[in-house]
Design a binder for this molecule. Structure first.
Ligand code: GRF
Length: 213
């Protein structure tokens, strides 16, 4: 079975969705950059090893990332899942794990990289918003896309209401991506394009690619 480590900074609802879905990966550890991250207790309650690498204890991003890499490497993961991990990683760290770091971002990338995505989507007047699972590259929120899910932006939406609608889809597509990785179905077409072997696009087109019914 392929192995994985999850990086969190907060409540870790995406981490919970990943673990509870049992996607066929051995989740060896959860690592947080914040000692108070709520997700740590949950991971412990599931018998998953936890570590804290507090970014405040390091003088630079490079020093933090070096310690983070040491903590990660102790578990020899095939994949690293960023799940609400709120630190920008250095190119040095990212290059250490080529095509092995995944992130979930709450927008339909390449629209709205960065923070505050839901309010920005409302302010821009887009009719569809959503979430993206992508491979992490040194360009922030711009790596090869594995799966996306779209939700409508409704008249009168608040950022909170829209975030909740998007989060429900995050909890659906991140485990799906993990399953595809576990099944060895994820293929690169060149440096930027990812395809999932055997996935169809039938149905309502809300998620593409999707497994056939
Ligand atoms: C999610 O919306 C995730 O996409 C974003 O931050 C939020 C984290 O939520 N990067 P959680 O910690 O997974 O509950």
């Amino acid at each position: 079975m392929k192995t994985a480590v999850i990086l969190i900074s907060g409540r870790g609802s995406n981490m919970q969705a990943l673990v509870d879905a049992r996607p066929g990966l051995d989740f060896r550890a959860v690592i947080s950059n914040r000692p108070a991250a709520g997700g740590l207790a949950w991971a412990q309650s599931r018998g998953i090893a936890t570590r804290v690498v507090d970014h405040k204890a390091f003088p630079s991003r490079e020093a933090f990332d070096a310690e983070l890499a040491r903590a990660v490497d102790a578990f020899s993961p095939d994949y690293l899942f960023l799940a609400g991990f709120m630190r920008i990683l250095t190119p040095g760290f990212i290059d250490r794990y080529p095509r092995a770091i995944l992130n979930i971002h709450p927008s339909l990338l390449p629209c709205f990289p960065g923070l505050d995505t839901h309010q920005r989507a409302i302010d821009a007047g887009v009719k569809l918003h959503g979430a993206t699972v992508h491979f992490v590259t040194p360009a922030l929120d711009h790596g090869p896309i594995l799966v996306q899910a779209a939700v409508p932006v409704l008249p009168g939406d608040t950022a909170e209401a829209l975030a909740a609608r998007v989060l429900a889809q995050e909890h659906r597509i991140y485990p799906q991506a993990a399953r595809w990785l576990a099944e060895g179905r994820v293929e690169f077409r060149g440096a930027d394009v990812v395809q999932v072997r055997g996935s169809g696009v039938e149905g309502d087109w809300a998620i593409s690619p999707r497994d056939p019914p």
